[in-house]
Every structure is written in structure tokens, then in C-alpha cells.
Design a protein around this ligand. Structure first.
Ligand SMILES: Nc1ncnc2c1ncn2[C@@H]1O[C@H](COP(=O)(O)OP(=O)(O)OP(=O)(O)O)[C@@H](O)[C@H]1O
Ligand SMILES: [Mg+2]
Length: 274
């Protein structure tokens, strides 16, 4: 069955669509409303960056896309199919890379292939993993254990693992949040290069507005909890953008608009203190 709606008025198929999602978690002290009108449309092959106040419901959004939970109301569609349960073909990376210490870096990266492609010969799995490890500059570290790598290197390995099985959707929940500023910028460029090598559709949760503009094709601002889609910005910058683009007047204007939107989401006066 085809997806029930499209947005943006163009012919690009929306790979991810969330329409009017509402949800409340049941807690010991009663229902906690977290989503109250979430509308998200991510065209195939594009990156949607999602920003919003802490605790507003961003990770909850990723769980909807991965099929790990169903909203009380509203619809979630992936590739024109209604999401009704967990999807194998979703790649995920988080703030904590959660690599398995008893496996080498290579065997950590291979893991999703063991699940989604159990009949794939090991030599093909290794070739695929090594191709990605090479792209992120980890050739030579494939035989190491996670604890032998730096935080940035572990996160590079985690990114390889999240895309090794060519997932239909990549979910990135603050994957660069725990890294220092320079390593983070390095990883942004790694992400850009991975995308150029093999396009994928991604939802990137971040607290960093510069990151959202550097990596996003659109930036979705969520309101405070319960979250609704408050504002959507199309990032009209070149696909092969370099970090320098962040210092252009155009990017500065975008960052100002986003900053004001975050203040609104936090219930603060736009003209008030920074
Ligand atoms: N399984 C759960 N049961 C009950 N409450 C939950 C559950 N998961 C999340 N919450 C609550 O729902 C709200 C939204 O959580 P969520 O993790 O989606 O927020 P977030 O925007 O990702 O936050 P952060 O920016 O801190 O990562 C929070 O108040 C959180 O405490
Ligand atoms: Mg979160």
C-alpha cells in the first residue's frame, strides 16, 4: 500500500513519514505525554537533523522509526509500508558506541551482517567491513579490541557497524555528543564522506546546531515536551559542504533562526538572554 501523503511538493519519495504522532508513557505517577503532533517527512537519500530541548521526545521519535514502539495515535511509514514492529533493516548509532569488548573491531563491525545476512560468506563480510573501516581511517585497527581505541576511533567503528548492512534507514542519536569539539568536526566530515560514497537516509538527533546545519538536508525543531514539530528548515547548502561553510553569512543566518526556534521551544523570550 502506498504511503498516504507526500510533502515538499516534489517527486522525491519520502522514505520516512511520521504523521500526527501522539504518545504518552505510562509511568508510576500516571501518563507522561511526550509526543503531541509529530510530523516528519524524510525524502529518500536525505539526512534529517532533529533538534529540540532536552527530554522533549527526540529519542522517542527514533524508537518510532525503528519500530521499537508504536504511538498511541498517528502513523509511521517506512518506504510506503506501515511500521508495526521492529525493523531489521535499520542501522543505529548512539552517544555511547556500545561495542562488544570480547570481539575485535572487525567482528564488531560485522555483527549486523551476521543477523541480516546469515548466509553471506565470512570472507564477503570481512571485505565489506574492511571497505568501511578503510573509508573512516581505521585500517590497521581491525584486530584491536574496543578498549584499545580512542573515543573518536570507537565512534568511527560504531558508524561502520551502523551502515555495514546497508540499512534502509540510519538512526543516529547524538553519536558525536560525547566527543571533544575537534574530534566531533572530524567525524562530521567522515559522515559526509560516507554519505557521498553510499547514499543513505538518516535521522540525526543532535544538540549541536552547527552539526545539524553541516550534516542535515533539513533541520526539524521539536517543541518542548510533549513534542510537536515546531519548525522545519531546508538546508540550502551544497551537498559537498566543507566546514568553512559554517562561517558563511548564509549559515550564520540559518543558525540564528534555529537558535531563536530553540529558545521558543524552551519557552524563553527570543530577544532575551542567550
Ligand atoms: N520508557 C519510558 N517510560 C517512561 N518515560 C520515559 C520512557 N522513555 C522516555 N521517557 C520520558 O519521556 C521523555 C522524553 O524522553 P526522550 O528520551 O524521548 O527525550 P530526548 O529528547 O531524547 O531527551 P535527551 O535530549 O535528554 O536525550 C523524558 O521525560 C523521559 O524521562
Ligand atoms: Mg535522547
Amino acid at each position: 500500500m502506498a504511503a498516504p501523503f507526500t510533502t515538499k511538493g516534489n517527486s522525491i519519495e519520502n522514505l520516512i513519514e511520521i504523521k500526527g504522532a501522539r504518545h504518552a508513557y505510562q509511568t508510576a505517577s500516571g501518563p507522561l505525554p511526550v509526543l503531541d503532533g509529530l510530523d516528519v517527512a524524510v525524502p529518500s537519500g536525505t539526512f534529517a537533523a532533529v533538534v529540540g530541548p532536552s527530554g522533549c521526545g527526540k529519542s522517542t521519535l527514533t524508537r518510532l522509526v525503528a519500530g521499537l514502539m508504536k504511538p498511541d495515535e498517528g502513523e509511521v511509514w517506512l518506504h510506503g509500508e506501515r511500521v508495526t514492529g521492529p525493523r531489521k533493516t535499520v542501522g543505529m548509532a548512539f552517544q555511547n558506541p556500545v561495542l562488544l569488548e570480547w570481539r575485535t573491531i572487525l567482528d564488531n563491525v560485522i555483527l549486523p551482517l551476521e543477523i541480516v545476512a546469515p548466509t553471506m560468506p565470512r570472507k564477503d563480510r570481512i571485505a565489506r567491513a574492511m571497505e568501511l573501516l578503510d573509508m573512516v581511517g581505521l585500517t590497521g585497527f581491525e584486530g584491536k579490541r574496543p578498549s584499545e581505541l580512542s573515543g573518536g576511533m570507537r565512534q568511527r567503528a560504531s558508524l561502520c557497524r551502523s551502515i555495514v548492512h546497508k540499512p534502509e534507514v540510519l538512526i543516529l542519536d547524538e553519536p558525536f555528543g560525547a566527543l571533544d569539539a575537534f574530534t566531533r568536526e572530524d567525524l562530521w566530515q567522515t559522515m559526509r564522506d560516507l554519505r557521498a560514497a553510499e547514499p543513505f537516509t538518516a535521522v540525526l538527533i543532535t544538540h549541536d546546531l552547527r552539526e545539524s546545519v553541516f550534516l542535515g538536508d533539513q533541520v526539524i525543531v521539536l517543541s518542548g515536551r510533549p513534542a510537536r514539530t515546531q519548525y522545519v528548515m531546508d538546508v540550502d547548502l551544497p551537498a559537498d559542504r566543507t566546514l568553512d561553510v559554517l562561517f558563511t553569512p548564509k549559515a550564520a543566518d540559518m543558525l540564528h533562526v534555529l537558535r531563536d526556534q530553540i529558545k521558543i521551544a524552551q519557552g524563553r523570550d527570543v530577544e532575551g538572554q542567550a
